[in-house]
Design a protein around this ligand. Structure first.
Ligand SMILES: Nc1ncnc2c1ncn2[C@@H]1O[C@H](COP(=O)(O)OP(=O)(O)OP(=O)(O)O)[C@@H](O)[C@H]1O
Length: 232
């Protein structure tokens, strides 16, 4: 379960304190997909950064527990630098709006690269699992191509495979289909949601699209850093 417990975050803008997230609380069962919507500037990416331990809240706690995690629960907001690095390396995966693929290496090498780097640090590399993942996401047939030889939707499916290759327990996706047309956006979002569900990976999906949000099992809506509604 992921529990966001009364987190607040503000930034200093010149001399003015900007309150981005204010006493935000909600929780998500393991393996469930959740969409986060809200107007531009409502704090969606800020929330994802906190969940990724890339930043810390001013107040509040973030807990993550899962049957695969040895500690009873992870206290994400209180991680040391080393704990945050280990968490980002093994527990979570991230998908961005920009695919961030390396254009001089093949699709297959892109997908395997982070998993291979993780393997050097002791995270097991499961080649059969990654190959199956590539097939499920429809990119196995493109394995030897360079990223620029693929369409935007295909490139994002490669980025999703890369983010899931080390079997993260939590996948954070920040407007992953924001660059795609609506048909591709729904197709890639469905694949993302189904793949996470199949592997019991909790998915947090930031989106502006009502249609994409409707595909997730829980919907959260932020307004000026506050939760205004949840459904599902
Ligand atoms: N590191 C930072 N320093 C100062 N201000 C920041 C920082 N990160 C975010 N902000 C501000 O926090 C506010 C919320 O930003 P955030 O990116 O979380 O919004 P968002 O809901 O994801 O918006 P969008 O839909 O446009 O991506 C914005 O006004 C932004 O300028």
């Amino acid at each position: 379960m992921l529990t966001i417990d009364a987190i607040s975050k503000s930034y200093l803008d010149g001399t003015v304190q900007q309150h981005i997230l204010s006493q935000l609380s909600f929780s998500i069962e393991s393996g469930v997909s959740v969409s986060i919507r809200g107007a531009s500037g409502s704090g969606k990416s800020t929330l994802l950064h906190l969940l990724a331990a890339l930043d810390t809240p001013d107040e509040g706690r973030i807990w993550f527990s899962d049957s695969t995690i040895q500690a009873s629960k992870l206290d994400i907001a209180s991680f040391s630098e080393a704990q945050a690095n280990a968490y980002r390396m093994s527990t979570i995966g991230i998908v961005f709006q920009k695919y961030n693929l390396i254009d001089v290496i093949s699709v297959k090498e892109n997908i395997f690269l982070p998993a291979k780097l993780n393997a050097q640090k002791g995270v097991p590399l499961d080649t059969d699992y990654i190959t199956k993942l590539m097939a499920d996401l429809g990119v196995l047939k493109h394995a030897d191509k360079l990223p620029h030889q693929l369409s935007g939707g295909e490139q994002q499916r490669v980025a999703i495979a890369r983010a899931l290759a080390h079997k993260p327990r939590l996948l954070l996706a920040d407007e992953p289909t924001g660059n795609l047309d609506s048909v591709n956006s729904e197709l890639v979002s469905s694949l993302l949601i189904d793949t996470c569900s199949k592997h019991n990976t909790t998915l947090i999906l930031v989106t502006h699209s009502e249609k994409v949000a409707a595909l997730t099992s829980q919907q959260v809506f932020l307004e000026q850093g506050r939760l205004v509604s949840t459904s599902g």
